[in-house]
Design a protein around this ligand. Structure first.
Ligand SMILES: Nc1ncnc2c1ncn2[C@@H]1O[C@H](COP(=O)(O)OP(=O)(O)O)[C@@H](O)[C@H]1O
Ligand SMILES: [Mg+2]
Length: 487
């Protein structure tokens, strides 16, 4: 038994109670106590100490002045008290609201792990991503509730988002049934180690975004406008006509062919000049060609992972264009059932689907918001990862029905989460700022009740990124080689 319910000014009530602690009790721990309702389930919201000796300022001063604390057994009066919020009560058949408080003096126990598993919606066949904090219970999340709609992983830098995402990837790749395709937009090339991994490498395709090509004939006039938002409607309309004509003559064509066709068309000279200007700058991005690389059939495979490594591209606009094109393509293929259900994981999602000032210019925002709103009808889900939730489009974030939240201390990000996740309580929000690396809160569809867990150790190779010390040594060894050559 953990302790006994005490009578205080605030309770026990149907909302909360406190108990005096015999054994170690931790914040956020689940406890049970009997009442007329059945077995009440509660969560520890705070743990604090009291000592009657030290309650009055005068007495504290007297005691220490006269060195009475040495003579009196003041320590014997120290108690640890845990405050508990009532979540509901188990009856024979169901889980109900608490309508009778527990009695003072009633024994408080730790929750039985089986009961806890049922309460939280743990699925034995689910993704084994870690362990529930303070319990010997795996936090296995149901695949459908996690990916039927969308998922967000939010936390400040260095809290373990990418590590946690790698654990989720391992679980998806290990599945025997319910296998989905995975595409990962890897902004920093952090996941490329998966390709070299002895267990997972065979199920991984790595695409270097700088080699990627999209066939020009598949780009709609609307897409050209998304890349060059300054194009006027008249220019887009005329470009549409040229594209239409060109498609009738040629099966495939390059940007140069398209520019040529614009020049030869009967479009007004002013429009022509502007269009050629826009098309030239799009051409300089060097992502459109006469054919696709890789082929559409190579882009995503059921039960496998495709990593799109964007690390060699510096220009954000180009990155967004590639993400936009690939996301549109996959969503279209999925709508036609030409590829398996899939999840698109976007690291640094605030760069691709931003809110605020950046939103109007973000080429990829439109398709990501479309996926957020309509993807689930076609079993195309999103997993948005971000260290700046406040900068992430609210349209997209509000469609993420499961959120995994790790350490966040920035008040504006915390506020944003409070607003976007209705299920989150102020105590949980408070705990987010003190989470350790790898620890997380899961709320929403995948957890019947929000709970804290720690991601398990990953099995796959972690892509090692050099720290500043290693880079400095690397630079030094390179420059000493260079100076030796000078001799
Ligand atoms: N669950 C975990 N167990 C052990 N180490 C972890 C865990 N999560 C993260 N780390 C370590 O913490 C560091 C930061 O993790 P990372 O996933 O890169 O953070 P983020 O993506 O949030 O910036 C890495 O060195 C990683 O190895
Ligand atoms: Mg990361």
């Amino acid at each position: 038994m953990l302790g006994k319910v005490i009578a205080s000014d605030q309770g026990p009530s149907v909302f909360e109670f406190s108990f005096v602690v015999n054994e170690l009790v931790k914040k956020n721990q689940f406890v049970t106590v009997n009442s007329k309702n059945g077995l009440i389930l509660g969560r520890v919201t705070n743990v604090f100490k009291t000592n009657k000796y030290f309650e009055s300022i005068g007495a504290v001063q007297e005691i220490s002045k006269n060195k009475m604390d040495l003579a009196f057994p003041t320590k014997d009066w120290e108690y640890t008290v845990a405050k508990v919020k009532c979540l509901g009560a188990f009856t024979d058949k169901s889980f109900i609201r608490v309508t009778y408080p527990p009695s003072p003096g009633e024994g408080v126990s730790n929750i039985d792990t089986k009961l806890l598993g049922n309460f939280l919606g743990i699925d034995k066949e689910g993704l084994d991503i870690g362990t529930i904090l303070n319990y010997d219970l795996k936090s296995k999340l149901n695949l459908t509730s996690m990916f039927q709609k969308h998922l967000a992983i939010l936390a400040m830098s260095g809290s373990g988002k990418s590590y946690g995402c790698s654990v989720i990837l391992e679980e998806l790749l290990n599945r025997r049934n319910g296998k989905i395709g995975i595409i990962l937009i890897d902004n920093h090339g952090e996941y490329t180690g998966f390709k070299k991994d002895s267990k997972y490498g065979s199920k991984v395709k790595l695409i270097d975004a700088k080699d990627m090509k999209f066939s020009t004939e598949n780009v709609s006039p609307g897409m050209f406008r998304a890349i060059m938002p300054m194009m006027s409607h008249a220019q887009v309309r005329d470009l549409g006509k040229v594209l239409h004509k060109l498609k009738q003559i040629k099966k495939s064509f390059s940007m140069d062919d398209l520019i040529e066709a614009v020049l030869e068309s009967d479009t007004q000279d002013m429009v022509k000049e502007a269009l050629v200007g826009w098309l030239n700058s799009i051409n300089r991005m060097n992502i459109f060609s006469t054919s696709n690389y890789p082929n559409d059939s190579e882009l995503i495979k059921q039960g496998e992972l495709t990593i799109l490594d964007l690390s060699k591209i510096l220009d954000l606009k180009k990155k967004q264009t590639i993400v936009s094109l690939i996301s549109r393509k996959l969503f279209n293929l999925r709508r036609k059932e030409q590829i398996s259900p899939y999840v698109e994981i976007i690291e640094e999602a605030h760069n691709f689907c931003p809110s605020g000032d950046a939103q109007d210019n973000a080429i990829s925002r439109g398709i990501i918001e479309t996926l957020a709103r309509e993807g689930r009808k076609f079993h195309a889900s999103l997993c948005l990862i971000s260290q700046r939730p406040v900068k992430l489009s609210t349209t997209a974030l509000s469609q993420c029905n499961t959120q995994i939240i790790m350490r966040i201390t920035n008040p504006s990000d915390l506020n944003h989460i409070r607003e976007s996740a209705e299920a989150i309580s102020s105590e949980e929000l408070e705990s987010i700022s003190s989470l350790g690396v790898g620890e997380a809160l899961v709320i929403g569809e995948a957890a019947k009740y929000p709970f804290f867990f720690k991601f398990r150790k990953r099995e796959s190779i972690e892509t090692h990124s050099k720290n500043i010390e290693e880079y400095a040594d690397f630079y030094e060894s390179k420059s000493s080689l260079a100076s030796a050559d000078d001799f």
